[in-house]
Ligand binder design. Sequence first.
Ligand code: ADP
Ligand code: MG
Length: 223
Amino acid sequence: DDLTARALLSGQAPEGWLDADALDGLLRHFGIPLVQTISVADADAAAEAAAALGGPVVLKVVGPVHKSDVGGVRVGLATPEEVRAAFTAMRESIGAEMTGAVVQPMVEQGTEIIVGGVNYPAFGPLVMVGMGGVTADLLADRAFRVPPFSAATAEGMIRELRSHPVLYGYRGRPPADAQALAEVVRRVGLLMDALPEVAELDLNPVIVTPGGAVAVDARIRLA
Ligand code: ADP
Ligand code: MG
């Protein structure tokens, strides 16, 4: 319930971006899937995390807001040694702005979708779903609803997107799990409705594959 959700926020500053643990706890509480994310402080820890995960991994800088813009996202790293080297290179090129890093398993190729929530004091909560990737800003292909809403409504939002056919098997692509995406959108609505202190929530992207939908980049701001 709301009390449990709110307890997860205790100890957080009343304004600003949630730290990784609180973010993880809150998304988990609402059943919003975030890819496993291991925080690492140095190159050794990064290599260890990669070894523990086993497969190809992603290394991401913590600190800068737009990680890829500063060369802070390295995907498809195959071995712990590659991860160690990538961490060192990142530290050198990014410098003091890098407060740490995270290691995640590689999610298989899929359609990148943005799911967001905002809460304007005078208006109340609003949930957005939109196409991600490089064309996201160009096309502004988005749909909005006031939460809470059903999974059917969430699926309606998805079908409102002009480029929604890419999710439903466009030109012989395997259809992505649009139902799993709709469930993520519905659950973001539940979170936004339950916690008015959440000013802003970003899942960018949620990667949607034939097998499901999972966020690989998430942030929440309290105000
Ligand atoms: P930022 O938005 O700060 O640049 P992201 O974490 O969104 O960084 O990563 C940028 C891009 O890297 C994503 O849009 C996605 O294409 C790819 N990516 C990030 N994490 C993963 C992952 N765990 N598995 C597969 N691809 C990923
Ligand atoms: Mg992102």
